[in-house]
Design a protein around this ligand. Structure first.
Ligand code: MOS
Length: 733
């Protein structure tokens, strides 16, 4: 069903099960070890799976002169060593960077494009044997110089189709003549998604048919991409990702574990499983690319923005995307004269790709600090400045393209009130012993995306319901919210609904990415349930439009007759399949989720150590399908935002072209001791233009702007403005 007009009333509006704080359905399975992750399947046919170990390149750029596997092949337990010499034919990658749904071959030749590119797979009876044998492979390289330093490549950066230039009015003149101006350059570092569950795949062939258990966010992408890579028809591949131990974008693409497990299992006629090591995740898989961002904001003395300029630079391997860090600046604030540009340079670092809120995640770190700097230059309260420059339509296109819903002003106002914003003082004025204390604010903004998504629902003979969809649950709550949607539609309890996810045998679905997962996949389930309601009503001779589904019964809206759902379906159940697709409402209306973040930090005057003391996020993201799972998403985003502000940074070895801190001991993410009192407030909102479910994306909103709120609080505490993230102590002192 195509969603083309704003949604009217639906049975979901009853909110008997939906919007209730149900804990995660699969939670007990996970904490008791009963949820099966890709690497863990032990069915009879998989029990003798061999273990693959990936060997990565020691150089970042150049080629393999020779790779000698003789000793490894003779090592105990070794079954197979794959290199470019014996790898079967694969589809070609149109670029170099991994593709989301196009061929991403591995061991495809002698050319080396990045550090830890796979150069061999050793398969043995045990993991230890495979790992030990991999050390016996002798490699000779031809090392070439590469470009690994973004700062040095800015002059080479080019326009990119990933983001069109926004040129409105006469920016140069307006900025040049604006009475109050800031012209500041911020940098954000490369960051790693660092999911808990490493990328892993278990491949099993039965004849020409492959089943791949893997850890992935969007199954139809890896399905198509793997088919093209292996040159196997898509119908002969089944992908299973029933549980995914975190993604944050790093499992949107597919890597050596998937391709090489499949290739090796086929060659050996035996299941093969491959898990990347923690080290390999950092340099073999993707990361959030570093950015250099110049912000130029010009305002009248009143604070009204007249010139909005943002130039963002990032780098990537050929065929890789730009970090679209300037995109939110096209939409967030008013201003008649605008110049917003994204440029991409070629870099030989490991592939850059999506990490939680690609674009805004890095962009808001710069924009929301620049706005704070403008407020300072205007001697104006930064909350007031943001409210003054609110705009209810696309500022580039004009009032003809309004927002579907936008509650930024309320988020700022409610947050300021709840946080005690009026206690904020001038920079450096609040001191408690050795601690300087400050408050900071930032807006939250994340574009609302929607994706086609299907589902199958089946009324079982016993009156329960089964939902099946390719949608994944990456720890976000999909199992729970899809159960809630279906329960609401059929008048059942959440316990009466079984949700099965993450299998390409089920209808194709949005998957988990870009904050579109919950809204899009719920819409697919909604349409499937609507069709099932019609089928049930027709079977009973009831009018489908007025039939009422409640407490396990269907009531005829006309005659008052009633029938139990239990026993209604035959042995095979009664099924309906639905799919949500989306028309041009995303064109007619700008769609985004909004919010505001408020941070209190204390900075030690002796050491420069920053502690976040309090963090409050207010979020307006359409209907909150489940306040428990939505809140968890916000808390996770806020935690990552603190990491982005204060500690997360992949350190580039600009000579050798790799990330040197490639483990969780040296790549610092916040731990419990770093996370204080976090609070989340949801504003009531129904967005009838986003989807029939009236929700918007929330998964990434929580990270967008948090780091800037923390950085602004550090400035308010100390009077020191640090423009290079993360704000580590030596930069503050
Ligand atoms: Mo998200 S970065 O699209 O998983």
């Amino acid at each position: 069903m195509k969603f083309t007009e704003p949604a009217g009333p639906t049975p979901l509006d009853q909110e008997r099960v939906l919007t209730r704080p149900h804990p995660r359905k699969e939670g007990p399975l996970k904490v008791t070890g009963q949820a099966t992750y890709a690497y863990e399947y032990r069915d009879a046919a998989l029990r003798d799976a061999a273990y693959g170990f990936v060997l990565g390149s020691d150089i970042a750029h150049g080629s393999l002169l020779d790779i000698d596997t003789a000793e490894a092949e003779a090592a105990p337990g070794v079954q197979l060593v794959l290199t470019h010499k014996n790898m079967p034919a694969q589809g070609e990658n149109p670029g170099v960077a991994p593709q989301q749904d196009d061929a991403t071959p591995q061991l495809a030749g002698t050319a080396i494009h990045h550090h830890d590119q796979a150069i061999a797979l050793v398969v043995a009876d045990t993991f230890e044997q495979a790992r030990a044998a991999a050390r016996l492979i002798r490699v000779r390289y031809r090392r070439l110089d590469g470009a690994y330093d973004l700062a040095a490549q800015l002059g080479q950066a080019e326009p990119t189709s990933d983001s069109e230039d926004s040129v409105v009015g006469d920016f140069d003149r307006a900025f040049g003549s604006a009475p109050v101006r800031v012209d500041v350059t911020y940098t954000t570092p490369d960051q790693s998604q660092a999911p808990m569950e490493p990328h892993s795949s278990l491949a099993h062939w039965e004849g020409d048919r492959l089943t791949l258990y893997t850890s992935h966010q969007i199954l139809h992408w890896v399905h198509r991409g793997l088919a093209k890579t292996l040159q196997v028809p898509q119908k002969d591949i089944r992908i299973v990702s029933a549980y995914v131990g975190g993604g944050f974008g790093s499992k949107l693409l597919f890597y050596a574990d998937a391709v090489l497990a499949a290739a090796a299992a086929r060659q050996l006629g035996r299941p093969v499983k491959v898990m990347l090591t923690r080290h390999q995740i950092f340099n073999h898989t993707s990361h959030r690319p570093a950015t250099v961002q110049r912000l130029r904001l010009g305002a009248e003395k009143s604070g009204r923005l007249v010139a909005v300029g943002h130039d963002s630079f990032s780098g990537n391997l050929p065929g890789g995307d730009a970090e679209t860090a300037a995109d939110q600046t096209k939409l967030l604030y008013a201003g008649e004269h605008r110049l917003i540009r994204t440029r991409l340079a070629e870099l030989g670092l490991p592939p850059g790709a999506s990490m939680r809120a690609p674009g805004e995640g890095a962009g808001m770190l710069a924009l929301e600090c620049a706005v704070d700097e403008l407020a300072e230059a205007l001697d104006m309260d930064p909350v007031e400045l943001r409210i003054l420059n609110d705009v209810q339509y696309d500022p580039e296109k004009g009032p003809g393209r309004p927002y579907s819903s936008r509650r930024l002003v309320e988020a700022l106002t409610v947050g300021a009130e709840r946080f005690g914003w009026k206690e904020r003082r001038r920079p450096g004025e609040r001191r408690e012993g050795d601690w300087l204390v400050g408050l900071g604010v930032a807006s939250a903004f994340r574009g609302n995306l929607v994706q086609k998504s299907g589902a199958r629902v089946r009324l079982e003979q016993d009156g329960t319901l089964t939902v099946e969809t390719q949608m994944t649950d990456i720890g976000t709550g999909s199992y729970t919210i899809l159960g809630q949607v279906a329960a609401e539609m059929l008048g059942l309890t959440l316990e009466q609904v079984t949700v099965r996810l993450g299998d390409t045998d089920f209808p194709r679905a949005a998957g988990s990415g870009g904050s579109f997962g919950a809204n899009s996949s719920s819409s697919g389930v909604y349409y499937a349930c609507r069709d099932l309601r019609t089928a049930i009503a027709k079977k009973l001779g009831f009018d489908p439009n007025t039939a009422v589904f409640e407490e396990g019964y269907v009531r005829d809206g006309q005659g008052g007759k009633r029938a139990a759902l239990r026993g209604l379906a035959g042995k095979g159940g009664l099924s309906a399949t639905g799919e949500a697709s989306f028309g041009d409402l995303t064109e007619r209306y700008v769609q985004a989720s909004f919010g505001a973040h408020f941070a209190e930090v204390a900075v030690d005057v002796v050491t420069g150590e920053t502690r976040v003391r309090r963090l409050l996020s207010v979020a307006a993201a359409g209907r909150i399908l489940n306040p428990v799972t939505a809140r968890s998403q916000c808390l996770g985003g806020m935690t990552m935002g603190i990491g982005a502000a204060l500690m997360e940074e992949l350190k580039v070895d600009t000579g050798r072209g790799l990330f040197v801190n490639h483990d969780l001991a040296e790549y610092h993410v916040p731990v419990h001791a770093d996370i204080p009192d976090l609070d989340v407030i949801f504003l009531d909102e129904l967005d009838d233009k986003s989807s029939p479910v009236k929700a918007k994306g929330i998964g990434e909103l929580g990270i967008c702007g948090v780091g800037a709120a923390v950085a602004n609080a550090v400035y308010n505490a100390t009077g020191v403005r640090v423009r290079d993230y993360p704000l580590t102590m030596e930069k503050i002192l």
